[in-house]
Design a protein around this ligand. Structure first.
Ligand SMILES: Cc1ncc(COP(=O)(O)O)c(C=O)c1O
Length: 476
């Protein structure tokens, strides 16, 4: 029965695979209405699967009306199931799935995506399985909004060791990534008309989260060292709810806030009676020096610290956390409860084991080498390609998973970005994240976390092929 493709390597259960294949056969009309299906015994023998798999696949087809049963004589294809478009649809899908020459695929330099092919599937899978077998019954019921104590305890030790964050497990609330941490902050600290002092540029999503809560954003420019603290607004006149910063690695420009500016910021927060929200989304990846200490370690009572496992492990896990001043903890627990009760327990417990047994730090060290190499390939390829034009400047290369490149004399207009896209290279303009428009029109964010060295070389070649022919400073 060569027409049914079962692939034991696929991460899809055999029943599902068989069901999907049989659906397609019926919808395409390869088996006509009234045609008798092979017996489950025969099907199982020919495909070398267990008979139960065949029985369950047939039962599912029967339950959904694809096939009918006739007393004592087996299953038959139901009438009126043929779907003309299905054959074409399958063709379209299969041509899309055929691996095409990588040179003709779009190379996506999206920032903030880690090297997905390096995710430690085996170790993670084994730990999840172990946790699932060994966890107490309570792990399968409703949990506490702040998350499992096991994970909070491990995170508090990890943060102290690696980031100089001072906190007890009681100060931590586990969230669904940094994004939920940000929405909880908005929920607890913002009402209509609240002010937020914020770095400019900063991720558009973060601006949206605060604006949706009714906040008025007070942008303060960021330069290559991060927030320009000399330009903070008057602490008394502005009285913000908080100042939002990414001090370890400003997003997107990539600067690291120097200690003098950190202290200035803390003084500002004390004077204006506001909190500092420190978003520490990817600081473990620092290539030329050890990770920078957190702001939180300098002013525990003022700083709300956000961490995430999206960049250091996988964004698909949706695991992050808040470290809070003690007097805020209860309000955040309540906000988390009314948001989604709590983050999934088995994943929390698995992550606790993963960190406790040393896998996370081992993994970070391993992928750091991959990123260092990708970063070097990217910077060298750019410098080589644009050596003649001599108009590029690379910013923020010392940490993270992206760099920013300014191309003097070029403006990345929608038309130019489209032209790049049509040439098979996707890049992201800094200007998209700017609150005050016009200062970053010549800059691109180029993420290198999830692109191979070969793709990087090819992507830079495509970038150059378009940008070298842009004729005037206004772009196209
Ligand atoms: C500055 C910054 N903060 C937070 C996030 C959100 O991360 P998470 O996946 O943990 O929600 C991102 C995502 O790229 C980011 O760039």
């Amino acid at each position: 029965m060569a027409w049914v493709m079962i692939d034991r390597e696929k991460p899809v259960p055999l029943i599902r695979q068989l069901y999907t294949e049989l659906c397609a056969i019926i919808l395409r009309g390869d088996w006509e209405a009234g045609q008798k299906l092979p017996s489950t015994r025969k099907l199982a023998e020919e495909l070398q699967i267990s008979r139960n798999v065949a029985v369950e696949a047939y039962e599912q087809l029967y339950a959904e009306g694809y096939i009918e049963s006739r007393q004592g004589s087996g299953y038959y294809v139901s009438a009126g199931i043929y779907l003309e478009q299905h054959a074409r649809h399958i063709e379209v899908l299969s041509t899309r799935e055929i691996p095409v020459d990588s040179a003709s695929q779009t190379i996506d330099f999206r920032s903030g995506v880690p090297a997905l092919e390096h995710f430690p599937r085996t170790t993670w899978g084994k730990i999840v399985q172990r946790v699932c077998q060994e966890a107490p019954l309570s792990a399968f019921g409703y949990g506490r909004p702040e998350g499992r104590f096991e994970l909070r305890q491990v995170i508090s030790r990890y943060l102290y060791r690696t980031r100089g964050v001072q906190c007890k497990p009681e100060q931590i609330v586990i969230t669904s990534g940094a994004t939920q941490a940000l929405t909880l902050i908005a929920k607890v600290l913002l009402t209509s008309g609240s002010r937020v002092v914020i770095e400019d540029p900063i991720t558009q999503d973060i601006q949206t989260i605060f604006k949706t809560a009714g906040a008025v954003l007070l942008p303060v420019p960021a330069d290559e060292f991060g927030l320009v603290t000399d330009q903070l607004p008057d602490p008394h006149a502005s009285s913000p709810s908080f100042v939002f910063v990414t001090p370890s690695h400003q997003f997107p420009l990539g600067g690291t806030l120097p200690i003098k500016r950190r202290l200035q910021l803390i003084r500002y927060a004390r004077e204006s009676g506001s909190y500092i929200v420190e978003d520490d989304y990817d600081s473990e990846f620092r290539y030329d020096s050890p990770p920078i200490s957190s702001l939180q370690g300098l002013a525990e009572e003022r700083v709300i610290y956000i961490g995430s496992f999206s960049k250091i492990l996988s964004p698909g896990l949706r695991l992050g956390y808040l470290v809070l001043p003690l007097d805020l903890v209860e309000r955040y627990q309540s906000a988390k409860w009314f948001s989604d009760l709590h983050t999934p327990t088995i994943e929390q417990l698995a992550l606790a084991v993963f960190i406790e047994e040393g896998h996370l730090e081992k993994y970070i060290n391993r992928v750091k080498k991959v990123y260092r190499k990708r970063r070097q390939t990217l910077c060298e390829a750019l410098e080589r390609a644009f050596s003649e034009t001599g108009n590029i400047r690379i910013l923020g290369a010392s940490a993270g998973l992206h760099i920013v490149v300014s191309f003097a004399g070029i403006r990345f207009s929608p038309v130019l970005l489209n032209q790049l896209e049509n040439t098979g290279v996707r890049v992201y303009p800094v200007e998209e994240h700017a609150l005050s428009p016009g200062r970053h029109t010549d800059k691109l964010i180029i993420g290198y976390g999830n692109v191979s060295e070969q793709q990087i070389e090819e992507g830079v070649r495509r970038l150059y092929s378009v940008l070298s022919s842009v004729e005037n400073a206004a772009g196209v």
